[in-house]
Design a binder for this molecule. Sequence first.
Ligand SMILES: [Zn+2]
Length: 381
Amino acid sequence: MQFSDIIGQEEVKQHLVQTVLENRVSHAQLFLGPEGSGSLALALAYAQFISCLEPGPADSCGHCSSCRKYSKLIHPDLHFSYPFFAKKAEDTALKYLSEWREAFLSNPYLNLNEWRNQLDAENKQANINIAECHQIIHKLSLKPFESEYKVMIMWLPEHLEKEGNSLLKIIEEPAQKTLFLLVAQNQDQILQTIISRTQLVKIPRLKDRDVSELLMYKKGVSETKASQIAYLSEGNLQAALTFLQSDENDNFQLFSAWMRMTYADQGGTILEFVDKAAKLGRENQKNFLRFGINMIRESVLILSGASQLVHLSDAELNFITNFSRFMDLQKAEAISGELEKAHYHVERNANPKILFLDVSLQLVKILKFNTLPAGTQYIQN
Ligand SMILES: [Zn+2]
């Protein structure tokens, strides 16, 4: 994780880099920022910068042996602690290290809920237990293996039990070249004794502009939609990604219903659909059609026997597998062509009612009456 991988937070990044350049890295720091602000990612980028063998003026190099290990979270001098579900008293966070790496690498902005889902949810009480505290003390008593610094990043120290006080001594008088970074969201829920022994790094919520830019450039969301989601998510990137997903779910509901009514040729419901689609607005119509084109592409994979390449949620996969039974490659190509054409016309301000009615009728022809529109590129089955 490099600073450049993290959106926004330019002032925090500058401050952190400055502490390294001025040689005043405090050995115990509390990164305090709201959910979805990127505080965990910032702590990791900071540790990577400090451990980098060829650092630039404002970021780690990203390619030295230390950076490469950091990018996979496998550096021997990088340790993590986080809440987990202890089944036995002697369980420590180490037991869930591979789940942790996977969860963080797939979403550095993850929240406790997402992490909980990654773990066995049977036992609901997630915390950082006494066995884990002893493990931390042990890990930090060892000399660094490869780096100058040994780093412990503790995510959500709010979940330390009162035995967390056993950590006070190493926070106050750490071994040489030890860096203890605590990443928290709620100051009121952290042991007061820990707060008083750490240096505070305050991380603000993300700016709406940063969130909307990420949605636009990394997730392909339209500008209008991106600023809408950014506004609703109040600087919480995790919330923004969840909004985005539920938005895709709406597309899925509408698209799967549409396909069902066209292959069953349900005239009345098609008119209802047309009304609904016409009211979506231009940007949403484009998103909806893009979503549909993608779904058809996935069904082509299934039809060509390459289901292992399909990337869909369970519900989507279920639908598209059933739907593929009404399809063949030529029909898929024809439907895709109709959706592409519709997308083109939406962009050029076509009347949405006429447009969606026309596409629906074309789809009925293709799916129900096996009539392929003129100009369809025929594929050899
Ligand atoms: Zn490096």
